[in-house]
Write a protein that binds this ligand. Structure first.
Ligand SMILES: Cc1ncc(COP(=O)(O)O)c(C=O)c1O
Length: 423
């Protein structure tokens, strides 16, 4: 979502990549923030069995030490990019096994800068998955290139690499896959393919900081990797994102690209050769990010507990497609728990979400089909082109999952789903 959209979702924060509905009101953008609704406008046909306190879709955990730390930064007078940015980047670099990392105001900025770093522009094509957030298509188009959309797997929702192969052409310059919670893209196959064809890879890892591939953290391997620190993600800096680079030369170029394109000349003056953006992260945000990075293992452990509970308690024989079941030691992180409603269900997705909403439970949609957006259709796509992406776009529901939830909250969601689905 763009930064200037009104807040969405039941969290105090905007919704990030998901269209989110407040548990006590209509989809955000129409609800007044903080407005309590005792009587829902949602249809009651599926039964209202009492809502309990509103269960948020996402809720960042900011502790008192962080709040005090932010106050210290504010008092210090050094509030835009400074020592805390350097510290945040150093921490992220250690997390990524020493690869250089640069933080920015969002993951969207990081994807834009990554494309610029690769020199991608007019006349180039970038292959990406249509089952992802608007960021990927928007930034490809914004840098002047053409997005080439491919489908995803119906269960993992990861990019279909066979389709990537078949859509490569002489103008292809890069691949942007989005990693999904619970199951990463097959990185050996992805990077092998890219290497064989001389392509850059920009991994959209907005949802998966903390996931591991063959025991190594996402960000430690591959080419360019982007993270999001939006409040709905595994850790937050309010808004914020990061770009993991291959070497210091690339990182120094990112320093230029994220700050107006300004290069400092030996005589102390400045020059601009490329119209860079203004994406530097303030120290206030970086201060939060440093604390959150330290707490990330705890957040991830709690999220995983909650997902295990979802698998234990989600009603069986509903025909819903669930995400890949976690396996012992699989190293996967869980930012979202997305279910796919069965086509045979005699109920629209809206009715299902309304029924959860009437019980005080917020839900989201991750994601709409990019190739069928007004922007995506400009490139000639139509309904039927990418069946898995379209089916997910029509039938997916994201259930609440965040580290502030308890297993009782998961039970409440599962009981509500069982009632609504007639189980
Ligand atoms: C998959 C994915 N990629 C990228 C982004 C963009 O993140 P940001 O809000 O930090 O720009 C999002 C946002 O939610 C996302 O869900």
């Amino acid at each position: 979502m763009s930064a200037d959209e009104p807040p969405r979702g039941a969290s105090s924060a905007p919704a990030g990549g998901s269209e989110v509905r407040k548990p006590d009101g209509p989809p955000q953008g129409r609800a007044r923030e903080g407005e309590a609704r005792t009587s829902s406008t949602a249809p009651r046909a599926w039964g209202d069995h009492g809502s309990g306190p509103p269960l948020k879709f996402a809720s960042p955990l900011i502790d008192e030490a962080t709040i005090a730390g932010v106050a210290d930064v504010l008092r210090s007078g050094q509030i835009t990019s400074g020592p805390w940015v350097a510290r945040f980047e150093a921490g992220l670099s250690t997390f990524c096994e020493g690869r250089p990392v640069r933080v920015m105001t969002s993951a969207t900025a990081a994807v834009e800068v990554a494309l610029q770093l690769c020199g991608i522009g007019a006349g180039d094509e970038v292959i990406t998955c249509a089952q992802s957030f608007f960021t990927v298509q928007n930034m490809i188009v914004k840098c002047g290139a053409t997005p080439v959309f491919v489908d995803c797997d119906l269960v993992t929702r990861n990019i279909d690499l066979a389709q990537v192969s078949s859509r490569m052409g002489p103008r292809t310059r890069a691949i942007i896959p989005t990693h999904w919670p619970g199951s990463l893209v097959d990185m050996d196959a992805l990077h092998g393919l890219a290497r064989r064809h001389g392509l850059r890879v920009i991994e959209d890892a907005a949802l998966v900081i903390g996931s591991r591939y063959r025991g190594r953290p996402v960000g430690a391997i591959g080419d360019l990797v982007t993270f999001s620190f939006h409040p709905n993600k595994n850790m937050t800096s309010i808004e914020g994102g990061a770009l993991v680079c291959n070497d210091e030369r690339e990182a120094r170029r990112v320093d230029v690209l994220r700050f107006h394109g300004i290069e400092r000349l030996p005589d102390g003056t400045r020059d601009v050769a490329f119209p860079g953006g203004k994406f530097n992260l303030p120290d206030v945000n970086a201060r939060i990010g440093v604390e959150q990075l330290a707490r990330l293992p705890d957040f991830l452990a709690q999220r995983r507990n909650l997902v295990l509970r979802y698998f234990e308690r989600f009603p069986t024989n509903t025909g819903c497609v669930l995400p890949p079941r976690p396996a012992e030691g699989d190293g996967q992180s869980w930012n979202m728990f997305c279910i796919l409603l069965p086509d045979a269900l005699p109920m629209s997705r809206k009715a299902f979400r309304d029924a959860l909403e009437s019980r005080g439970i917020a839900t989201g949609v991750s994601y709409e089909a990019l190739h069928l957006s007004t922007l995506g259709r400009r490139y000639g796509y139509q309904r039927g082109d990418l069946p898995n992406t379209e089916r997910i776009a029509e039938r997916t529901v994201t259930l609440p999952l965040h580290a502030a939830m308890s297993v009782d909250d998961v039970d409440r969601v599962c009981d509500a789903c069982a009632q609504i689905l007639g189980r």
